[in-house]
Design a protein around this ligand. Structure first.
Ligand code: 5GP
Ligand code: ZN
Length: 116
């Protein structure tokens, strides 16, 4: 169910513009407004799921879809063989700021681990 007070639901609905790189029935992918790497794409479910902590066992197919689509985008962008990072910030300590589940796909540079 779409939530009128959720930024990413509003992006899904087209009420807020975004630079889409991919969309289908389950997800949309768009460029992050504040990129942390040469490519920084957010892959989100159309359905409002607040966080990974709020995803139940019914969300398994959706979560798998997000990861596989993000991996596909990495191949299309041409950096999959060099490598990339996916991140799902979850709740406060995880650094989540937008409470509509999203996968960050970051590529085009070297990353260090552990992240800050
Ligand atoms: P989080 O911190 O919740 O894991 O990630 C939220 C991400 O959403 C951040 O990387 C932030 O730059 C991005 N973001 C916040 N507002 C907007 C927006 O209006 N448009 C887009 N494209 N990205 C946004
Ligand atoms: Zn939402």
């Amino acid at each position: 169910m779409s939530q009128s007070d959720c930024l990413f639901c509003r992006i899904v609905n087209g009420e807020i513009p975004s630079k889409k790189v991919y969309e289908d029935d389950v997800c949309i992918a768009f460029n992050d407004i504040s990129p942390q790497a040469p490519t920084h794409v957010l892959v989100i479910p159309r359905e409002h799921i607040r966080s990974l902590d709020d995803a139940d066992s019914n969300a398994g197919d959706t979560l798998g879809h997000l990861l596989l689509k993000a991996a596909e985008i990495a191949r299309e962008k041409g950096f999959a063989k060099d490598g990339y990072r996916m991140v799902i910030n979850t709740n406060s300590d995880g650094g989540q700021t937008v409470f509509h589940l999203h996968v960050h796909l970051l590529g085009g540079r070297q990353f260090i681990f552990p992240p800050g």
